[in-house]
Design a protein around this ligand. Structure first.
Ligand SMILES: Cc1cc2nc3c(=O)[nH]c(=O)nc-3n(C[C@H](O)[C@H](O)[C@H](O)COP(=O)(O)O)c2cc1C
Length: 146
């Protein structure tokens, strides 16, 4: 059965380096995730990251060990780690990179809050799903009208 992990973290590099640093995360991540059969979504705001990853349990745990020790962020706070009967994201994508105070307002209060209310985490994942919508179709849409 697949597993999902949802976490938030704080960026530790200067905003002036953001485009370069995030490109340095995203390009190798696409390759590695494809190889591992991992899908999900990453959001990068001015000060925070939020990520959902989904995939085989071993792959997710291996990946989370890498992510947790990555010096490009800190305060990695796992909000949800659970079995998944059906994936929500069909590929891995960078859904948002920018300075939106609106998105950051969702993410920031969850950093260092591993016991955040389930409804708050659901709201964050819904937001990430909407952000990813142009680049990722839901599995439930597959086989629908052309
Ligand atoms: C916010 C953030 C998200 C990341 N997401 C992924 C990811 O989805 N897939 C991936 O392979 N690496 C991701 N990385 C990079 C990993 O932390 C790590 O550098 C990379 O997987 C290489 O692993 P290794 O250092 O254990 O060799 C992410 C890094 C950061 C800071």
């Amino acid at each position: 059965m697949d597993r999902t992990v949802i976490y938030v973290s704080k960026r530790v590099f200067p905003v002036s380096d953001a485009v370069k640093v995030i490109a340095g995360i995203v390009e190798p991540a696409r390759l590695r995730n494809t190889g591992l059969g991992v899908t999900g979504v990453l959001v990068a705001t001015e000060n925070t990251f939020a990520q959902v990853i989904e995939g085989p349990e071993d792959a997710i745990e291996t990946l989370m060990r890498s992510i947790a020790r990555d010096p490009r962020h800190c305060d990695v706070t796992v909000l949800r780690r659970e079995s998944l009967s059906r994936r929500r994201f069909v590929r891995w994508s960078l859904a948002y990179q920018g300075r939106s105070a609106y998105f950051e307002g969702f993410i920031r209060p969850l950093v260092a809050q591993p016991d955040a209310p389930r409804a708050d985490v659901d709201r964050l994942v819904d937001l990430m799903d909407r952000l990813a919508a142009p680049t990722s179709r839901r599995l439930s849409d597959e086989g629908g009208s052309p």
